[in-house]
Design a protein around this ligand. Structure first.
Ligand SMILES: C[S@@+](CC[C@H](N)C(=O)[O-])C[C@H]1O[C@@H](n2cnc3c(N)ncnc32)[C@H](O)[C@@H]1O
Length: 408
Protein backbone atom coordinates (compact mmCIF):
# COMPACT_ATOMS: atom_id res chain seq x y z
CA UNK A 1 0.00 0.00 0.00
CA UNK A 2 2.79 2.45 0.96
CA UNK A 3 4.51 2.03 -2.42
CA UNK A 4 1.19 2.61 -4.15
CA UNK A 5 0.58 5.83 -2.20
CA UNK A 6 4.07 7.09 -3.00
CA UNK A 7 3.49 6.46 -6.67
CA UNK A 8 0.18 8.33 -6.55
CA UNK A 9 1.68 11.27 -4.64
CA UNK A 10 4.36 11.63 -7.25
CA UNK A 11 1.74 11.96 -9.98
CA UNK A 12 0.22 15.09 -8.50
CA UNK A 13 2.11 18.25 -9.39
CA UNK A 14 0.81 21.71 -8.56
CA UNK A 15 -0.70 23.56 -11.48
CA UNK A 16 0.04 26.99 -9.98
CA UNK A 17 1.99 28.20 -6.93
CA UNK A 18 -0.07 28.45 -3.75
CA UNK A 19 1.10 29.16 -0.21
CA UNK A 20 0.51 26.50 2.44
CA UNK A 21 -0.81 23.76 0.21
CA UNK A 22 -1.90 20.63 1.99
CA UNK A 23 0.66 17.83 1.71
CA UNK A 24 -0.73 15.35 -0.87
CA UNK A 25 0.48 12.46 1.31
CA UNK A 26 -2.09 13.46 3.97
CA UNK A 27 -4.88 13.37 1.41
CA UNK A 28 -3.81 9.98 0.04
CA UNK A 29 -3.61 8.55 3.54
CA UNK A 30 -7.04 9.82 4.52
CA UNK A 31 -8.64 8.64 1.28
CA UNK A 32 -6.97 5.22 1.60
CA UNK A 33 -8.80 4.66 4.90
CA UNK A 34 -12.13 4.77 3.09
CA UNK A 35 -12.60 2.26 0.32
CA UNK A 36 -15.94 2.92 -1.30
CA UNK A 37 -16.85 5.87 -3.54
CA UNK A 38 -17.55 8.96 -1.48
CA UNK A 39 -18.75 12.52 -1.74
CA UNK A 40 -15.74 14.49 -0.55
CA UNK A 41 -15.90 18.16 0.48
CA UNK A 42 -13.12 20.69 1.04
CA UNK A 43 -14.89 23.89 2.18
CA UNK A 44 -11.61 25.92 2.14
CA UNK A 45 -10.15 24.32 -0.91
CA UNK A 46 -7.19 26.61 -1.73
CA UNK A 47 -5.35 25.24 -4.75
CA UNK A 48 -7.48 22.07 -4.74
CA UNK A 49 -5.17 19.30 -3.46
CA UNK A 50 -8.10 17.46 -1.85
CA UNK A 51 -10.19 17.64 -5.01
CA UNK A 52 -7.49 16.44 -7.37
CA UNK A 53 -6.58 13.46 -5.20
CA UNK A 54 -10.24 12.59 -4.53
CA UNK A 55 -11.09 12.81 -8.22
CA UNK A 56 -8.12 10.65 -9.24
CA UNK A 57 -9.55 7.97 -6.97
CA UNK A 58 -13.00 8.26 -8.50
CA UNK A 59 -14.71 10.14 -5.66
CA UNK A 60 -17.18 12.95 -6.20
CA UNK A 61 -15.32 16.09 -5.12
CA UNK A 62 -16.67 19.50 -4.08
CA UNK A 63 -14.60 22.55 -3.15
CA UNK A 64 -15.34 26.07 -1.94
CA UNK A 65 -13.18 29.11 -1.28
CA UNK A 66 -13.69 32.87 -0.96
CA UNK A 67 -10.50 33.76 -2.85
CA UNK A 68 -11.30 33.98 -6.59
CA UNK A 69 -7.76 32.98 -7.52
CA UNK A 70 -7.96 29.86 -5.34
CA UNK A 71 -11.24 28.98 -7.07
CA UNK A 72 -9.63 29.46 -10.47
CA UNK A 73 -6.59 27.34 -9.58
CA UNK A 74 -8.66 24.55 -7.99
CA UNK A 75 -10.96 24.47 -11.03
CA UNK A 76 -8.06 24.42 -13.46
CA UNK A 77 -6.18 21.73 -11.55
CA UNK A 78 -9.18 19.41 -11.20
CA UNK A 79 -10.60 19.86 -14.69
CA UNK A 80 -10.24 17.80 -17.86
CA UNK A 81 -7.70 19.07 -20.34
CA UNK A 82 -7.52 18.45 -24.06
CA UNK A 83 -3.83 19.31 -24.63
CA UNK A 84 -4.06 19.61 -28.42
CA UNK A 85 -7.02 21.96 -28.31
CA UNK A 86 -5.51 24.01 -25.48
CA UNK A 87 -2.19 24.40 -27.33
CA UNK A 88 -4.00 25.42 -30.51
CA UNK A 89 -6.05 28.04 -28.67
CA UNK A 90 -3.02 29.32 -26.73
CA UNK A 91 -1.07 29.87 -29.97
CA UNK A 92 -4.05 31.69 -31.43
CA UNK A 93 -4.34 33.89 -28.31
CA UNK A 94 -0.64 34.70 -28.43
CA UNK A 95 -0.84 35.66 -32.11
CA UNK A 96 -3.88 37.87 -31.57
CA UNK A 97 -2.27 39.49 -28.52
CA UNK A 98 0.83 40.29 -30.60
CA UNK A 99 -1.34 42.01 -33.19
CA UNK A 100 -3.29 43.86 -30.48
CA UNK A 101 -0.01 45.00 -28.94
CA UNK A 102 0.90 46.97 -32.06
CA UNK A 103 -2.12 49.24 -31.72
CA UNK A 104 -2.17 49.49 -27.89
CA UNK A 105 -0.91 52.71 -26.30
CA UNK A 106 0.59 52.73 -22.80
CA UNK A 107 -2.38 54.79 -21.61
CA UNK A 108 -4.69 51.91 -22.61
CA UNK A 109 -2.52 49.21 -21.06
CA UNK A 110 -4.83 48.42 -18.14
CA UNK A 111 -7.68 46.00 -17.51
CA UNK A 112 -10.92 47.56 -18.75
CA UNK A 113 -12.63 48.01 -15.33
CA UNK A 114 -9.53 49.34 -13.55
CA UNK A 115 -10.15 52.50 -11.50
CA UNK A 116 -7.39 55.02 -10.69
CA UNK A 117 -6.31 53.24 -7.49
CA UNK A 118 -5.97 49.94 -9.36
CA UNK A 119 -4.11 51.61 -12.24
CA UNK A 120 -1.60 53.13 -9.80
CA UNK A 121 -1.12 49.68 -8.24
CA UNK A 122 -0.49 48.19 -11.70
CA UNK A 123 2.04 50.93 -12.53
CA UNK A 124 3.87 50.20 -9.27
CA UNK A 125 4.16 46.45 -9.84
CA UNK A 126 4.56 46.14 -13.63
CA UNK A 127 6.98 47.82 -16.04
CA UNK A 128 5.56 49.53 -19.15
CA UNK A 129 6.41 46.73 -21.59
CA UNK A 130 4.80 44.00 -19.49
CA UNK A 131 1.82 46.25 -18.80
CA UNK A 132 1.21 46.42 -22.52
CA UNK A 133 1.83 42.72 -23.08
CA UNK A 134 -0.39 41.72 -20.15
CA UNK A 135 -3.14 44.06 -21.30
CA UNK A 136 -2.99 42.58 -24.81
CA UNK A 137 -3.01 39.02 -23.48
CA UNK A 138 -5.78 39.55 -20.94
CA UNK A 139 -8.00 41.37 -23.44
CA UNK A 140 -7.54 38.45 -25.83
CA UNK A 141 -8.12 35.76 -23.19
CA UNK A 142 -11.33 37.45 -22.05
CA UNK A 143 -12.70 37.00 -25.58
CA UNK A 144 -12.14 33.23 -25.63
CA UNK A 145 -15.64 31.72 -25.81
CA UNK A 146 -15.09 28.27 -24.36
CA UNK A 147 -15.10 28.82 -20.59
CA UNK A 148 -13.01 25.71 -19.79
CA UNK A 149 -10.27 26.74 -22.21
CA UNK A 150 -10.43 30.31 -20.98
CA UNK A 151 -10.00 29.15 -17.37
CA UNK A 152 -6.86 27.20 -18.24
CA UNK A 153 -5.42 30.16 -20.15
CA UNK A 154 -6.05 32.46 -17.15
CA UNK A 155 -4.26 29.92 -14.98
CA UNK A 156 -1.28 29.89 -17.37
CA UNK A 157 -1.16 33.69 -17.36
CA UNK A 158 -1.44 33.90 -13.58
CA UNK A 159 1.49 31.48 -13.15
CA UNK A 160 3.67 34.11 -14.80
CA UNK A 161 2.70 36.69 -12.18
CA UNK A 162 2.56 34.61 -8.99
CA UNK A 163 6.17 33.49 -8.71
CA UNK A 164 8.80 33.28 -6.01
CA UNK A 165 11.75 34.86 -7.77
CA UNK A 166 11.43 35.70 -11.43
CA UNK A 167 8.15 36.58 -13.08
CA UNK A 168 6.50 39.26 -15.13
CA UNK A 169 6.08 41.70 -12.23
CA UNK A 170 8.73 43.82 -10.52
CA UNK A 171 8.30 41.85 -7.30
CA UNK A 172 9.71 38.80 -5.58
CA UNK A 173 8.14 36.35 -3.12
CA UNK A 174 4.69 36.88 -4.56
CA UNK A 175 3.90 33.18 -4.41
CA UNK A 176 4.45 33.33 -0.62
CA UNK A 177 2.12 36.32 -0.41
CA UNK A 178 4.93 38.54 0.79
CA UNK A 179 5.53 40.60 -2.35
CA UNK A 180 8.26 43.18 -2.33
CA UNK A 181 9.49 45.19 -5.28
CA UNK A 182 13.05 44.42 -6.27
CA UNK A 183 13.37 44.88 -10.04
CA UNK A 184 13.47 47.98 -12.23
CA UNK A 185 12.60 45.79 -15.18
CA UNK A 186 10.79 42.47 -14.93
CA UNK A 187 13.02 39.45 -15.65
CA UNK A 188 10.39 37.81 -17.86
CA UNK A 189 8.27 39.07 -20.74
CA UNK A 190 4.67 37.86 -20.67
CA UNK A 191 4.32 37.08 -24.36
CA UNK A 192 7.64 35.21 -24.56
CA UNK A 193 6.72 32.85 -21.70
CA UNK A 194 2.99 32.41 -22.22
CA UNK A 195 3.10 29.18 -24.27
CA UNK A 196 5.69 27.70 -21.92
CA UNK A 197 3.35 28.40 -19.01
CA UNK A 198 0.48 26.72 -20.87
CA UNK A 199 2.72 23.64 -21.22
CA UNK A 200 3.27 23.68 -17.44
CA UNK A 201 -0.48 23.69 -16.89
CA UNK A 202 -0.87 20.72 -19.23
CA UNK A 203 1.96 18.86 -17.54
CA UNK A 204 0.42 19.31 -14.10
CA UNK A 205 -2.96 17.98 -15.13
CA UNK A 206 -3.98 14.53 -13.96
CA UNK A 207 -7.00 14.56 -16.26
CA UNK A 208 -5.66 14.78 -19.79
CA UNK A 209 -6.15 12.54 -22.79
CA UNK A 210 -8.66 9.79 -23.32
CA UNK A 211 -11.99 9.63 -21.53
CA UNK A 212 -11.32 8.38 -18.03
CA UNK A 213 -14.92 8.19 -16.80
CA UNK A 214 -14.12 9.91 -13.49
CA UNK A 215 -16.84 12.04 -11.87
CA UNK A 216 -16.18 15.75 -12.34
CA UNK A 217 -15.10 18.04 -9.52
CA UNK A 218 -17.15 21.10 -8.61
CA UNK A 219 -15.57 24.32 -7.30
CA UNK A 220 -17.43 27.49 -6.35
CA UNK A 221 -16.65 30.84 -4.77
CA UNK A 222 -18.52 30.32 -1.52
CA UNK A 223 -18.00 31.26 2.12
CA UNK A 224 -17.37 28.18 4.27
CA UNK A 225 -19.53 29.73 6.99
CA UNK A 226 -22.60 29.25 4.83
CA UNK A 227 -22.37 26.13 2.68
CA UNK A 228 -24.85 25.64 -0.17
CA UNK A 229 -25.24 21.92 0.59
CA UNK A 230 -28.02 19.79 2.01
CA UNK A 231 -27.86 18.45 5.56
CA UNK A 232 -26.09 15.07 5.90
CA UNK A 233 -24.98 14.96 2.27
CA UNK A 234 -21.19 14.52 2.49
CA UNK A 235 -19.18 11.39 3.40
CA UNK A 236 -15.84 13.02 4.08
CA UNK A 237 -14.81 16.59 4.88
CA UNK A 238 -11.08 17.11 4.47
CA UNK A 239 -9.71 20.62 4.79
CA UNK A 240 -6.89 22.79 6.09
CA UNK A 241 -8.31 26.03 7.51
CA UNK A 242 -6.26 29.22 7.13
CA UNK A 243 -3.26 29.40 9.43
CA UNK A 244 -4.11 32.34 11.55
CA UNK A 245 -2.05 35.43 10.83
CA UNK A 246 0.46 33.42 8.84
CA UNK A 247 -0.61 34.16 5.31
CA UNK A 248 -2.58 36.95 3.76
CA UNK A 249 -3.37 35.11 0.53
CA UNK A 250 -4.82 38.10 -1.27
CA UNK A 251 -1.78 40.30 -0.70
CA UNK A 252 0.05 38.29 -3.34
CA UNK A 253 -2.94 37.12 -5.35
CA UNK A 254 -4.13 40.63 -6.13
CA UNK A 255 -1.16 41.09 -8.52
CA UNK A 256 -2.82 38.50 -10.71
CA UNK A 257 -6.47 39.27 -9.91
CA UNK A 258 -6.19 42.90 -11.08
CA UNK A 259 -5.49 41.58 -14.59
CA UNK A 260 -8.67 39.49 -14.46
CA UNK A 261 -10.82 42.56 -13.88
CA UNK A 262 -10.85 42.81 -10.08
CA UNK A 263 -10.34 46.29 -8.65
CA UNK A 264 -8.41 46.76 -5.42
CA UNK A 265 -11.59 47.72 -3.63
CA UNK A 266 -13.26 44.45 -4.77
CA UNK A 267 -10.28 42.54 -3.40
CA UNK A 268 -10.38 44.44 -0.09
CA UNK A 269 -14.02 43.50 0.28
CA UNK A 270 -13.24 39.80 -0.28
CA UNK A 271 -10.28 40.00 2.07
CA UNK A 272 -12.35 41.43 4.90
CA UNK A 273 -14.40 38.20 4.81
CA UNK A 274 -11.40 35.92 4.76
CA UNK A 275 -10.89 33.91 7.89
CA UNK A 276 -7.57 34.35 9.64
CA UNK A 277 -6.55 37.61 7.97
CA UNK A 278 -5.42 40.51 10.11
CA UNK A 279 -8.22 42.69 8.88
CA UNK A 280 -10.72 40.40 10.55
CA UNK A 281 -10.57 42.18 13.87
CA UNK A 282 -13.27 43.68 16.04
CA UNK A 283 -14.90 40.65 17.64
CA UNK A 284 -16.01 40.56 21.26
CA UNK A 285 -13.65 38.83 23.68
CA UNK A 286 -15.61 39.42 26.85
CA UNK A 287 -18.21 36.68 26.76
CA UNK A 288 -17.28 33.66 28.89
CA UNK A 289 -17.24 31.19 26.01
CA UNK A 290 -14.81 33.16 23.84
CA UNK A 291 -12.50 34.08 26.68
CA UNK A 292 -12.32 30.41 27.78
CA UNK A 293 -11.42 29.36 24.26
CA UNK A 294 -8.80 32.08 23.98
CA UNK A 295 -7.19 30.98 27.22
CA UNK A 296 -6.93 27.43 25.81
CA UNK A 297 -5.05 28.85 22.82
CA UNK A 298 -2.18 30.38 24.76
CA UNK A 299 -1.07 33.24 26.96
CA UNK A 300 -3.43 35.82 25.59
CA UNK A 301 -2.64 38.47 28.19
CA UNK A 302 0.79 38.80 26.54
CA UNK A 303 -0.85 39.99 23.34
CA UNK A 304 -2.22 43.47 22.57
CA UNK A 305 -5.99 43.86 22.68
CA UNK A 306 -6.17 44.31 18.91
CA UNK A 307 -4.57 40.89 18.39
CA UNK A 308 -6.84 39.31 21.02
CA UNK A 309 -9.81 40.65 19.06
CA UNK A 310 -8.39 39.19 15.87
CA UNK A 311 -8.13 35.80 17.59
CA UNK A 312 -11.68 36.14 18.90
CA UNK A 313 -12.86 36.77 15.36
CA UNK A 314 -10.97 33.69 14.15
CA UNK A 315 -12.66 31.63 16.84
CA UNK A 316 -16.09 33.04 15.96
CA UNK A 317 -15.50 32.38 12.24
CA UNK A 318 -14.27 28.84 12.79
CA UNK A 319 -17.26 28.26 15.08
CA UNK A 320 -19.54 28.94 12.10
CA UNK A 321 -17.42 26.82 9.75
CA UNK A 322 -17.56 23.85 12.15
CA UNK A 323 -21.29 24.26 12.63
CA UNK A 324 -21.69 24.06 8.84
CA UNK A 325 -19.33 21.09 8.53
CA UNK A 326 -21.31 19.21 11.19
CA UNK A 327 -24.57 20.05 9.41
CA UNK A 328 -23.48 18.71 6.00
CA UNK A 329 -21.54 15.62 7.05
CA UNK A 330 -23.45 12.32 7.19
CA UNK A 331 -23.92 10.74 10.65
CA UNK A 332 -21.58 7.93 9.53
CA UNK A 333 -19.13 10.36 7.86
CA UNK A 334 -15.67 11.64 8.84
CA UNK A 335 -14.10 15.07 9.24
CA UNK A 336 -10.35 15.57 8.95
CA UNK A 337 -8.88 18.99 9.75
CA UNK A 338 -5.23 19.84 9.15
CA UNK A 339 -4.45 22.76 11.43
CA UNK A 340 -1.27 24.75 11.79
CA UNK A 341 -0.50 26.34 15.13
CA UNK A 342 1.15 29.73 14.91
CA UNK A 343 3.30 32.23 16.70
CA UNK A 344 2.05 35.77 17.01
CA UNK A 345 4.45 38.36 18.38
CA UNK A 346 6.43 35.62 20.06
CA UNK A 347 3.39 34.02 21.73
CA UNK A 348 2.64 30.45 20.70
CA UNK A 349 -1.02 30.23 19.70
CA UNK A 350 -2.67 26.79 19.59
CA UNK A 351 -5.30 27.21 16.90
CA UNK A 352 -5.73 23.45 16.99
CA UNK A 353 -6.87 23.56 20.64
CA UNK A 354 -9.62 26.06 19.83
CA UNK A 355 -10.74 24.08 16.80
CA UNK A 356 -10.88 20.84 18.76
CA UNK A 357 -13.05 22.43 21.46
CA UNK A 358 -15.33 24.12 18.92
CA UNK A 359 -15.73 20.86 17.02
CA UNK A 360 -16.75 19.10 20.25
CA UNK A 361 -19.24 21.86 20.98
CA UNK A 362 -20.90 21.18 17.61
CA UNK A 363 -21.03 17.42 18.16
CA UNK A 364 -17.90 16.33 16.33
CA UNK A 365 -16.07 13.84 18.50
CA UNK A 366 -12.29 13.54 18.32
CA UNK A 367 -11.22 10.09 17.09
CA UNK A 368 -7.52 10.78 16.76
CA UNK A 369 -5.01 13.58 16.75
CA UNK A 370 -1.50 13.46 15.38
CA UNK A 371 1.30 15.92 14.82
CA UNK A 372 3.31 16.05 11.67
CA UNK A 373 6.56 17.84 10.96
CA UNK A 374 6.51 20.43 8.23
CA UNK A 375 9.41 20.10 5.83
CA UNK A 376 11.60 23.22 5.81
CA UNK A 377 10.30 24.34 2.43
CA UNK A 378 6.75 24.37 3.81
CA UNK A 379 7.53 26.48 6.87
CA UNK A 380 5.30 29.36 5.95
CA UNK A 381 4.71 30.56 9.48
CA UNK A 382 6.19 33.93 10.38
CA UNK A 383 9.65 33.86 11.93
CA UNK A 384 9.82 34.00 15.72
CA UNK A 385 10.16 37.59 16.80
CA UNK A 386 10.87 37.81 20.50
CA UNK A 387 12.58 36.43 23.56
CA UNK A 388 9.86 33.77 23.84
CA UNK A 389 11.03 32.08 20.68
CA UNK A 390 13.12 29.35 22.25
CA UNK A 391 14.12 26.07 20.69
CA UNK A 392 10.99 24.27 21.83
CA UNK A 393 8.79 26.93 20.30
CA UNK A 394 10.61 26.80 16.99
CA UNK A 395 10.13 23.04 17.00
CA UNK A 396 6.40 23.39 17.44
CA UNK A 397 6.20 25.90 14.64
CA UNK A 398 7.37 23.22 12.26
CA UNK A 399 4.36 21.08 13.03
CA UNK A 400 0.80 20.80 11.93
CA UNK A 401 -1.93 18.92 13.74
CA UNK A 402 -4.23 16.45 12.02
CA UNK A 403 -7.56 16.12 13.81
CA UNK A 404 -9.87 13.26 12.81
CA UNK A 405 -13.44 13.69 14.04
CA UNK A 406 -16.74 11.91 13.70
CA UNK A 407 -20.29 13.05 14.36
CA UNK A 408 -21.52 12.00 17.80
C1 LIG B 1 -4.53 26.69 4.16
S1 LIG B 1 -5.42 27.26 2.75
C2 LIG B 1 -5.99 25.78 1.99
C3 LIG B 1 -4.92 25.11 1.18
C4 LIG B 1 -5.42 23.88 0.45
N1 LIG B 1 -5.68 22.77 1.36
C5 LIG B 1 -4.43 23.44 -0.63
O1 LIG B 1 -3.97 22.29 -0.60
O2 LIG B 1 -4.10 24.26 -1.48
C6 LIG B 1 -6.86 27.96 3.43
C7 LIG B 1 -7.85 28.51 2.42
O3 LIG B 1 -9.01 29.01 3.14
C8 LIG B 1 -9.56 30.03 2.35
N2 LIG B 1 -10.56 30.80 3.12
C9 LIG B 1 -10.35 31.81 4.01
N3 LIG B 1 -11.54 32.26 4.48
C10 LIG B 1 -12.50 31.51 3.88
C11 LIG B 1 -13.93 31.48 3.99
N4 LIG B 1 -14.59 32.34 4.77
N5 LIG B 1 -14.61 30.57 3.24
C12 LIG B 1 -13.94 29.71 2.42
N6 LIG B 1 -12.59 29.70 2.28
C13 LIG B 1 -11.88 30.57 3.01
C14 LIG B 1 -8.35 30.83 1.90
O4 LIG B 1 -8.68 31.63 0.78
C15 LIG B 1 -7.36 29.71 1.58
O5 LIG B 1 -7.41 29.37 0.22
Amino acid sequence: MAADLTRQSSTIRPVHPFPARMAPSIVWEVLAMHGQKMRVLDPMVGSGTTLVAARIQGHEAIGFDTDPLAVLIARAWSSDIDPLELRRKAREVKERARRRLRELSLGEAYPSRADEETRAFIRFWFDPLNRKQLAALTQTISRVRDTETQLLLWCALSRLVITKKVGVSLGMDISHSRPHRVYRQAPIRSLDEFLYSVEKVIKASSFTGVRHGLPSAEVQQVDARNLPLEDSSVDLVLTSPPYLNAIDYLRGHRLSLVWMGYRLRDIREIRSNNIGSEVSSGACIDDGYTSRLLSEMGEMEELPLRVQRMLARYVADMDQVLREIKRVVKPCGRVVLVVGDSTIRGVFVRNSAAIRILAGFHGLVLKSSSRRNLPDNRRYLPPPSSHRSGKQLQGRMREEVILTLKPS
